[in-house]
Design a protein around this ligand. Sequence first.
Ligand code: DX5
Ligand code: ZN
Length: 233
Amino acid sequence: MALQISPSILSADFARLADEAAAVTNADWLHVDVMDNHFVPNLTLGLPVVEALRKATSMPLDCHLMIEDPDRWAPPYAEAGAGSVTIHVEAAKSPVRTLREIRSLGARAAIAFNPATAIEPFEDLLGEVDMLLLMTVEPGFGGQKFLDMVLPKIRRARALIERHGGQIWLQVDGGVDADTIERCVVAGADVFVAGSAVYGASDPAAAVDALRFQAEQAQAEQAQVERALDERA
Ligand code: DX5
Ligand code: ZN
């Protein structure tokens, strides 16, 4: 399972987004947090900025929509060239139609869950998505403390994904840094959003490399533990 890093530009300098994107081209994605001041108590950026970013960088855009009415607003992000569009299950009223529309427009489709939202009621949506995003903080702001209470849900999501063929990516978002990324790997996450841990560092590209290295080490150690357990069984 290849691990991926998606730096969140929420922690970048909004006046220099093209430069900030260029600073992390060693990452796999650029995570773009769209907030509408209704679904979350914060307002960030929207479609015009995503369209501008699309022209300013060749990095794939991972658009995380923390907005009301994603059924109406999500497909245009796919049309604007986002590589992945994530909608929140708490906000979507017609998730099947919306996820299908996102995919038909050529983007990967994903669903996000707030820390208190259970994944199990949405199992039937797994055939409609390419990624699950589990929030490891309450959405709305960067720089918050990682919520360990989400770890059991990450494990349950990994098990659910494996039962459904293992192709769906499992992203974690919020408080992911050098202190917490290993727990996320061990629990089964494979795509890591990091805002302050990347853009708060003096060298964002080095921070991406360090997070990736740490995650890969944890993954290798975990595989070794699982092999040893299998041999004992
Ligand atoms: C929070 C956003 C995150 C945020 C993460 O609602 O969805 O993507 O940028 O920032 P850090 O990594 O600083 O917690
Ligand atoms: Zn996000």
